[in-house]
Design a protein around this ligand. Structure first.
Ligand code: GDP
Ligand code: GDP
Length: 453
């Protein structure tokens, strides 16, 4: 599990600027569900060896009325899911009534709150931020989000207390030895563990129907587990002599009202489940086509390096024309995850559900497969023969050899002259060449380039 950090503050204090600095902004997931609006953005932050989930809650002023009050309520819900709240204020603008309103809200939430005075570049931080002590929320951290100043110190201060509960927030070093016994032992260990399978997707795509179908309603009794909205339910199960742990983000118990679907849906829960999983089963609703949300979730899965199987659900009762349309759309928009098997299923009727597990097993096997150095180097040479690397600064780039640099997902490291300067297109070509040659269905692979022999 990763800790969740919420950015709160009135508009224009610099929340997006800080969000973008902490994440790779193109990976932001924007919450855009009915009842969940108010541009909330979710991202996976990776900063100076630390990783966590960051939420930009959108601007709130603390004295919203009517529809605004409902939306502010949503922002506060996001705060409820967070472990730490960073309350941003604008050091240049000084203390405003809206800041005081938000502070009052936050005090009621009983959360760990850090006041962050932003935009301290070019001003006297100590004197300009002194007035924020009157918010009564403790020490003021000074940052300039636009320039990265103070951000490391802020994270150290706010995340340090969570270290014991969330050891995963330290970005691990991948297994770097290839032929050594350590890698071999690690792979054997991974292969013998139950496969952690997360079922994720937008609200109403059929996740709980599918989970119920997989578990077989009559055999498994799942109790309502205590916990907050950000917790998934972990369900051990067995299938074809293989052990699994299902990570259920939807809640298998039948819900009474449809509107509950949105209430129970939590992006944070989904992101945590992806982090926890070995294999992600992403459900897409055939009747709605591919939504931006689906693409964002896929981006997260890729970013996290998780194995992936895609289930296009509600495939029942569609005409052949519509089915063809959907397939064309999938081809067109899902090219960036073409390592993933796509299944067309009906969770409602059970059609195609059994075969999902073949792809899940295949994906995990691909992610934890031993690959030897001589084979990786041979494939590299073939790729180089088929398509010469381009010239960089007047010199031909030469790749010399390759070896495995880690597993789950597989990492391949290529050494050579000027290889770090290869254009992205060629790097992608190498990745695709490896994928095709190694037939690693279901898992992304990473190819890294290192200067020298
Ligand atoms: P949000 O509405 O809270 O998300 O605020 P934004 O991140 O959009 O920032 C509002 C404005 O403040 C933008 O014009 C930013 O360029 C500016 N800004 C953000 N951080 C800094 C900073 O560290 N220093 C200065 N001088 N300006 C900043
Ligand atoms: P969740 O929010 O992703 O857990 O979605 P649910 O499992 O609650 O399903 C949402 C709605 O879609 C319910 O009305 C289901 O009966 C319906 N549904 C789920 N799977 C299928 C399917 O395969 N075919 C059809 N036609 N409807 C389905």
């Amino acid at each position: 599990m990763l800790p969740v950090v919420a950015l709160v503050g009135r508009p224009n204090v610099g929340k997006s600027t800080l969000f973008n600095r902490l994440t790779n902004s193109r990976d932001a997931l924007v919450a855009d569900y009915p009842g969940l609006t108010r541009d909330r953005k979710y991202g996976q932050a990776k900063y100076e060896g630390l990783q966590f989930i960051v939420v930009d809650t959108g601007g709130i002023s603390g004295d919203e009325q009517g529809i605004d009050a409902e939306m502010a309520e949503q922002s506060l819900l996001a705060i409820d899911e967070a472990h730490v709240v960073l309350f941003l204020v604008d050091a240049r603008a000084g203390l405003t009534p809206a800041d005081i309103g938000i502070a009052n809200h936050l005090r009621k939430q009983e959360k760990t709150v850090y006041v962050v005075a932003n935009k301290v570049d070019g001003i006297d931080g100590d004197s300009e931020t002194a007035e924020f002590y009157s918010l009564g929320l403790g020490e003021i951290s000074q940052v300039a989000a636009a320039h990265g100043r103070g951000v490391t110190q802020l994270l150290e201060k706010s995340l340090k207390p969570l270290e014991k509960s969330y050891p995963d927030m330290h970005i691990p070093e991948v297994v770097r030895n290839d032929d050594g016994e350590n890698a071999e032992a690690e792979l054997q260990r991974l292969q013998s563990l139950p496969i952690k399978l997360a079922i994720v997707g937008k609200p109403n795509v059929g996740k709980s129907t599918l989970t119920n179908r997989i578990l077989g309603e009559e055999r498994v009794v799942v109790f309502d587990m205590p916990g907050t909205t950000r917790d998934s339910i972990f369900i051990p199960m067995e299938r074809d002599d293989r052990e699994y742990i299902l990570i259920d983000t939807a809640g298998v118990r039948k819900r009474k009202k449809v509107s509950d679907a949105v209430e129970k849906f939590s992006i944070i829960k989904t992101l945590q489940a992806i982090e926890e999983a070995n294999v992600v089963l992403l459900c897409i609703d055939a009747r709605e086509g591919i939504a931006d949300q689906d693409l964002s979730l896929l981006g997260f899965v890729l970013n996290a390096g998780r194995s992936l199987v895609i289930a296009v659900n509600k495939w029942d009762g569609l005409s052949k024309d519509i089915k063809d349309d959907i397939k064309r759309e999938l081809d067109r928009r899902l090219g960036f995850v073409d390592f993933a098997r796509i299944h067309f299923i009906s969770a409602l009727h059970g059609t195609g559900v059994g075969h999902l597990f073949e792809s899940v097993q295949e994906a995990y096997a691909s992610a934890t497969k031993r690959i030897n150095t001589s084979m990786l180097t041979r494939i590299m040479e073939m790729a180089q023969e088929d398509h010469q690397p381009p010239m960089v600064r007047g010199r031909r780039v030469k790749m010399k050899y390759a070896h495995a640099g880690g597993y789950n997902p597989p990492v391949i490291i290529i050494h050579g002259n000027q290889v770090e300067d290869l254009p992205d297109a060629y790097k992608r070509y190498m990745m695709n060449y490896y994928r095709k040659s190694l037939q690693t269905m279901g898992t992304p692979i990473r190819v890294e380039f290192k200067e020298g022999a």
